[in-house]
Design a protein around this ligand. Structure first.
Ligand SMILES: *[C@@H]1O[C@H](CO)[C@@H](O)[C@H](O)[C@H]1NC(C)=O
Length: 284
């Protein structure tokens, strides 16, 4: 009963306090994080300085606490949905976290990945400017999409006829032949290996909106191309919608779905080199 009460939209203040609780949790995590590479080559002084820095709270966490404690605008995900990603960040942070969508939850995501890289991709340049004006420490880039929601069925039924979309050949940077590939992202997106990818954008609720098709396909390509150890965690929001469901089933695969909470699906996708390749089974 208490959880339901917390989530009622008419209680935004209570919800904000819950979010502030997440952030404070993040502050505590950052206090316990140990340096990842305690190399013997480091001088003792260097290690000591690094440990001191890791124990310090990051400025964005403090900014987030004040922001959420005083804001009446709530993040677009519910408390239990946010908790899924928080659980993964708790074990992996500091890590590389790519987020499709810039919004009221951005300060929170950055705060929950202290000393890591959290990059937001957003379609609307005006919105990027507006958000960065209030929170200049967020790391956000504008993305252009080449798709529209109304093309979703056509893209799903025809992408297999384009060899550049095939799982063994697909790449992203400059892959103009495959319409599902995001070809013009900032180099940083292609050059980094992302441990977590959150897909909560672009807009997909009217026919001319870009839809999430290319973001889902591109996340699958990034995850398959992972060179480091472990899986890529992919979170997809709004899975109550037809296009999100269909593209997730085609590219993120039911067999990699590990959690479903509210309107959020959590996938753990292994690198392609880790799996047997059966010809003809495409992405799943
Ligand atoms: C949050 O997630 C953790 C696992 O990471 C789980 O143990 C806990 O019950 C969850 N809390 C809520 C309120 O959903």
């Amino acid at each position: 009963m208490t959880i339901r009460y917390l989530l009622r939209p008419e209680k935004p203040v209570v919800f904000c306090l819950a979010i502030a609780g997440f952030i404070i949790g993040g502050v505590l995590i950052s206090s316990f994080i140990q340096p990842a590479d305690k190399s013997f080559l480091c001088s003792l002084a260097g290690v000591k300085a690094r440990e001191t820095a890791d124990y310090a709270t990051t400025p964005i966490q403090l900014q987030a606490i004040v922001h959420y404690a005083t804001s009446r605008v709530t993040p677009q995900q519910s408390f239990p949905e946010i908790n899924v990603t928080f659980g993964v960040l708790k074990t992996l942070s500091p890590c590389n976290f790519l987020v499709f969508g810039l919004g009221h939850d951005s300060l929170m995501w950055s705060s929950l990945n202290p000393h890591g890289t959290t990059l937001f991709l957003e379609e609307d340049p005006k919105w990027v400017q507006a958000v960065l004006k209030d929170a200049p420490t967020l790391h956000a880039q504008t993305v252009q999409y080449r798709t529209q929601l109304k093309e979703a069925d056509y893209l799903l039924s025809t992408y297999k006829t384009e060899p550049h979309c095939s799982p063994n050949k697909a790449y992203l940077r400059g892959n103009n032949q495959c319409k599902l590939a995001l070809t013009t992202l900032p180099d940083e997106v292609y050059d980094k290996e992302w441990d977590l990818i959150m897909i909560d954008a672009p807009r997909g609720y009217f026919p001319e909106a870009p839809g999430r098709m290319a973001a889902i396909f591109s996340a699958a390509v990034m995850a398959r191309g992972r060179k480091g150890s472990g899986v890529t965690h992919v979170f997809l929001h709004d899975v109550d919608r037809k296009v999100e469901k269909a593209f997730a089933a085609e590219f993120l695969c039911r067999k990699y779905l590990v959690k479903s909470v509210g309107r959020l699906w959590h996938f753990e996708i292994p690198p392609a080199s880790d799996r047997e390749t059966h010809s003809g089974d495409w992405f799943c």
